[in-house]
Design a protein around this ligand. Structure first.
Ligand code: ATP
Length: 240
């Protein structure tokens, strides 16, 4: 029998008031995979990411992480299971320095690893080391994205959720960010689930992908197959 996915989302429905944003979503992420979720503006990608973290809560369906049902778990308990996220908009603390932002990401359970983990983040993103004492709010967009990912890594996650890491960044910086994600996956075996409007970059990076339209998954497959799919090409890759 095949091993159970690390993260399994089954027929999940999420509402904002009476508006249904997710209409029965099924997604699975296996240990060691990079999985991308692509889709247009408003498709529900961020809502799925946030629902996995328990805010907003799924009104129907089940979310399982490492064999534990997390559907009704409070967000702080979900985080303790070592799911970490770099949310939409990065949400770094603008008045805190780079180092203080990283401190905020460290879990009390892992304080003995703090120095080692900071060094790892600085090795991954040397730019952050140079700017260790600079306030978060004064970093460039790309540096803020690096910091947001670095802060998530400080929690020593088993699963890293990334919401649009490439948004608004220059192509060279996007490459650096995607290279870092690939490196984390290859060298540390980190499992990554990322949401992206940059379908080309995300599907190139990912082992597998899902396409979301109007709150439903309409297609899934290997990154390579989705990149070659005529419908995906027409909707997300050509002229975009
Ligand atoms: P984008 O790439 O633009 O962020 P998305 O695919 O992440 O889009 P969501 O942000 O998940 O999409 O939005 C899905 C739907 O839910 C949209 O119709 C959006 O207007 C709606 N929505 C999102 N957040 C809220 C909210 N807090 N209250 C009410 N409706 C919301």
């Amino acid at each position: 029998m095949a091993a159970k996915p690390l993260l399994q989302v089954e027929v999940v429905e999420t509402y904002y008031g009476n508006i249904r944003a997710l209409g029965g979503v099924d997604v699975a992420v296996n240990e060691g995979e990079i999985v991308a979720l692509i889709g247009a503006n408003g498709a529900g990608k961020s809502t799925l990411m946030m629902t996995i973290f328990g805010n907003p809560r799924a009104r129907a369906g089940t979310i399982t992480f490492a064999g534990t049902d997390i559907t009704h778990m409070p967000t702080h308990e979900i985080a303790r299971l070592r799911i970490a996220q770099s949310p939409e908009g990065r949400r770094i603390f603008p008045r805190m320095t780079v180092l203080e932002n990283l401190q905020m990401g460290a879990s009390l359970d892992n304080l003995q690893y703090f120095d080692e983990d900071v060094e790892k983040v600085f090795t991954l993103f040397p730019r952050l080391k140079e700017r260790m004492s600079q306030r978060g709010g004064t970093l460039s967009g790309g540096e803020q994205q690096m910091l947001s990912i670095g802060r998530a890594l400080m929690a020593r996650p088993k699963l890293l959720l990334l919401d649009e890491p490439s948004l608004g960044l220059a192509p060279l910086i996007v490459r650096q960010i995607f290279d870092a994600i690939r490196q984390l996956n290859k060298t540390e075996g980190l499992t990554v689930f990322l949401v992206e409007q940059n379908a080309f970059g995300a599907l190139k990076l990912a082992d597998r992908g899902y396409v979301m339209v109007n709150g439903r998954v309409t297609m899934s497959g290997s990154g390579r197959d989705l990149l070659a799919d005529p419908e995906v090409r027409a909707a997300y890759l050509e002229g975009g």
